[in-house]
Design a protein around this ligand. Structure first.
Ligand SMILES: [Fe+2]
Length: 384
């Protein structure tokens, strides 16, 4: 890439989300919100971000710009319908006209879920799928504090039903100015990722890498998504090892944050594949962290997809076997599990997991068709 770590690639002009990228830009949040018309903002975050001091900085910046702000820090990992409902209850007590999501993918997705219910009422289940919002959504700024999901580039939120644990993907692809679920603006401030615990950085980073790899091969990919996947892969694959060994390396952290954003933007167009289809049941049924689950499966999905001699990842690498080996090395070097057997999953559960994986939306976009039988084959190859 370029020698200036804060140069944005030209391909991002194809994204409707405006991006600010640089160290310390969290303090510009208030001015940015004001410019987008905010007068009273709901700040959606989680307790860890409050402890890190970022929520206070965000509040101060908003107040300094003349924007009233109310804090909701009730987001938890894999946000639930209950988290969303609690945020909506708080928001309804104030004249909220703007939403800020500050945190990892969970806080950003929770902010989107709150936006859906606050503007349109009903329940999250009513928005499960694409384009179910009937009212214009509130304008939003999203500020990621992990280099992972890329949710800040997307019009989708993943919210889990508190009872059934079913993960519901809710999306509205209208442009931000037309009231869709994508943010008006995202602030990529690499200073914020310095507070990630090592295990979180490892799992989030491998999730971003999985986004770059899966989007590069899906049946939905197009010229724009292919370029986004390629540039994301270059940034992420060259910096992942460095941030694991040297978390204080500013350049590497900036590359990871931008790479995760580009990979998130690629998902908007290309969707995902079998690694995510197989990972979701492992998270919902077995409690395995999303990044761990998707990272563990990815080398096996790469091999499955290229088994017939068709390198669907040719935009990223010349040899898919070397790609699979490099992905396994990333897992081993960052201390992430490499086998399902090491995650406490009993082999007898695999058929039921494969049945659930087959129902995942993303299974339909995998470059090589997958049904329950093939997904079971992928789980089995990842088991031991
Ligand atoms: Fe993911």
């Amino acid at each position: 890439m370029t020698s200036d770590p804060f140069t944005l690639p030209a391909i991002l002009t194809h994204s409707p989300v405006r991006v600010l990228f640089g160290h310390g830009l969290l303090d510009d949040l208030g001015q940015c919100a004001r410019e987008e018309g905010a007068t009273c903002a709901l700040l959606v975050t989680d307790p860890g971000i409050v402890r890190a001091g970022y929520a206070d900085r965000a509040r101060q910046s908003l107040r300094d710009a003349g924007v009233d702000v109310f804090l909701f820090d009730g987001t938890h990992e894999n946000p639930t319908t209950d988290n969303v409902a609690a945020g909506v209850t708080l928001a309804r007590q104030h004249p909220i006209d703007f939403i800020v999501g500050l945190g990892g993918g969970s806080a950003m997705d929770c902010a989107k879920g709150i936006n859906l219910i606050l503007t349109g009422g009903r329940t999250i289940a009513d928005y499960w799928g694409e384009g179910k919002a009937t009212d214009a959504l509130l304008p939003t700024i999203l500020v990621p504090t992990t280099a992972g999901t890329g949710s800040e580039a997307q019009s989708f939120a993943l919210i889990s039903d508190v009872d059934s644990k079913q993960k519901m993907v809710c999306g509205d692809r209208r442009l931000p100015k037309e009231g869709g679920l994508r943010p008006r603006l995202t602030i990529l401030d690499p200073q914020l990722t310095s507070s990630q615990p090592a295990a979180v950085a490892a799992a989030a980073g491998i999730d971003a890498i999985a986004h770059a790899v899966e989007t590069a091969g899906t049946t939905r990919r197009n010229d724009v998504s292919r370029e986004l996947s390629k540039q994301a892969w270059l940034l992420l694959s060259s910096s992942y090892g460095t941030v694991i060994v040297s978390p204080g390396d500013d350049r590497a952290r900036a590359n990871m944050l931008l790479g995760a954003h580009l990979a998130g933007a690629a998902i908007e167009q290309s969707m995902l594949g079998a690694a995510h289809a197989c990972a979701n049941p492992l998270t919902s049924q077995c409690g395995i962290v999303h990044g761990q689950a998707v990272g563990l499966l990815l080398p096996h999905v790469v091999r499955y997809n290229c088994a017939k001699g068709n390198n669907v990842y040719a935009d990223l690498v010349d040899d898919p076997e070397l790609l699979a080996q490099q992905l396994s090395k990333f897992l081993a070097n960052s201390g992430l599990p490499t086998r399902l057997n090491d995650c406490g999953v009993n082999r007898s559960r695999l058929p039921a997991l494969a049945a659930l994986a087959g129902k995942q939306w993303t299974a339909g976009f995998n470059p090589r068709p997958v049904g329950e039988e093939e997904l079971l084959e992928i789980y089995a190859s990842a088991f031991a």
